[in-house]
Design a protein around this ligand. Structure first.
Ligand SMILES: Cc1cc2nc3c(=O)[nH]c(=O)nc-3n(C[C@H](O)[C@H](O)[C@H](O)COP(=O)(O)OP(=O)(O)OC[C@H]3O[C@@H](n4cnc5c(N)ncnc54)[C@H](O)[C@@H]3O)c2cc1C
Length: 388
């Protein structure tokens, strides 16, 4: 049984203090923002409703190079060079030009947090932001309402996931929002294969997966259509693989980019729709945009930019990726319409040819390339240059 470390009852004393940066959400995006502020003089507070790493939020597979470049290799559980794709009419093995690794969520969060310098952490449930007009004790402050009291800071980040809790209008509710849904089980066991199923028998639009992580296998189903329930097919896929349907984990997954800033708040990760459509890969993009956001905030706390400049630059940086997200969304809408026999033929040839796999996966990685984690200056995209 995991030990509940989250503060309860009398421990939940009111939060108080004067912070330069308030980061709401301590998962991939939030911790990536905090990491970029390590070593600055800024007083940084990170809040989450759970203890850091307490609740796994995904199947935890990411490009290995991202994990290595961020110094997170210790959390890796298994590494895969091949992706095995099953359809009703064929199975193909694709050798990828780079590797994917599954990792341990708790361990990864611990390693990331260790790189966050003097940032402070508190468990608190974030409820909303105060409307800008009411919160203006000083012109610069944003006030966030939590179950442990109000916290004000000039720089506030929403890394709280798809709900985008700090948005002024909270009108983004499933199933009427551009969200996919995913559910997985985590039975103990082992396998050498990273596998996906594109099979309408499991899900009309979406895919199933089996991601081994040394001593457990993460088996799940994701549906691009938020109305399609995924529990029954997840249990069925697990059964077909002779795995137990135990230890569930699931959530809504955004598949559309949303503005990365709103009024005076920064959004990173799922709260900004930074999860990639089609693949529902949202970890490396949460890290990528979290780093970009953190670098802009660092310029502000070091007096090299104003908050307005940071808002403008980060917003432009995120929007600069719009066409890649659109292209992925278009493919997400097209694939389920391809007749299964045609899809099988395409996968056999030429889609599964080495050259095509290398070309497409290289472009795919470039959307949020691991080298970004190494650069110490803000991204040199055209968007950043043009608004600087
Ligand atoms: C079943 C499933 C499997 C997936 N598998 C993969 C995968 O293998 N690889 C991949 O790249 N992507 C995967 N994804 C997508 C990926 O999980 C997300 O895109 C990614 O977690 C986004 O990171 P984030 O930091 O933006 O948000 P999250 O990881 O969702 O973190 C949000 C944080 O905010 C906290 N929070 C939420 N609400 C509140 C509140 N009111 N108050 C305080 N704290 C709050 C949460 O506790 C959490 O710590 C999967 C998604 C699902 C649902």
């Amino acid at each position: 049984m995991p030990v509940r470390a989250t503060k309860r009852g009398e421990e939940r004393t009111p939060l108080a203090g004067d912070y330069d940066v308030l980061i709401c959400g301590a998962s991939f995006a939030g911790l990536a923002v905090a990491r970029e502020l390590a070593g600055s003089d800024a007083r940084v507070l990170v809040v989450d409703r759970y203890e850091i790493g307490e609740r796994q939020t995904s199947a935890c597979a990411a490009p290995t190079e991202w994990l290595e470049n961020l110094g997170l290799a210790e959390s890796i559980r298994q590494t895969f060079q091949d992706l095995v794709v099953h359809t009703p009419h064929t199975t193909v093995r694709m050798e990828l030009p780079w590797t994917f690794s599954t990792f341990d969520y708790r361990e990864l969060c611990r390693l990331l947090w260790a790189q966050c310098g003097d940032a402070e952490f508190e468990t608190a449930k974030v409820e909303r932001r105060q409307p800008p007009v009411i919160s203006r004790q000083s012109r610069n402050s944003v006030t966030v309402v939590t179950d442990r009291g109000d916290i004000a800071a000039p720089l506030v980040v929403d890394a709280l996931g798809w709900r985008r809790i700090l948005a002024i209008d909270a009108g983004f509710q499933p199933p009427d929002a551009p969200l996919s849904r995913g559910l997985e089980v985590h039975p103990w066991g082992a396998s050498d294969e990273l596998e996906i199923w594109i099979d309408r028998d499991y899900v009309p639009a979406g895919y199933g997966w089996s991601f081994p992580a040394r001593d457990e296998v993460r088996v799940g189903v994701g549906s691009f259509d938020p109305r399609h329930r995924v529990k029954e097919p997840t249990v069925r896929l697990a059964g077909d693989l002779e795995r137990q349907a135990v230890r569930y984990q699931g959530n809504w997954i955004p598949h559309q980019l949303r503005p990365a800033t709103e009024s005076d708040v920064f959004f990173a990760g799922d709260s900004a729709g930074h999860c990639l459509p089609l693949t529902a890969e949202g970890i490396r993009t949460a890290l990528y945009f979290g780093i970009a956001c953190g670098r802009e905030l660092r310029r502000v706390v070091e007096g090299r930019a104003t908050r307005d400049t940071a808002l403008r630059r980060y917003s432009a940086f995120s929007a600069d990726h719009r066409w890649q997200f659109k292209w992925m969304l278009r493919t997400q809408k097209t694939v389920p319409r391809v007749p299964p026999r045609l899809l099988a033929a395409a996968l056999r040839f030429p889609l599964s040819s080495d050259a095509f796999v290398r070309w497409s996966f290289t472009h795919y990685l470039n959307i949020a390339h691991p080298s970004f984690a190494l650069a110490s200056t803000p991204a040199s995209t055209s968007a950043l240059r043009s608004v600087a």
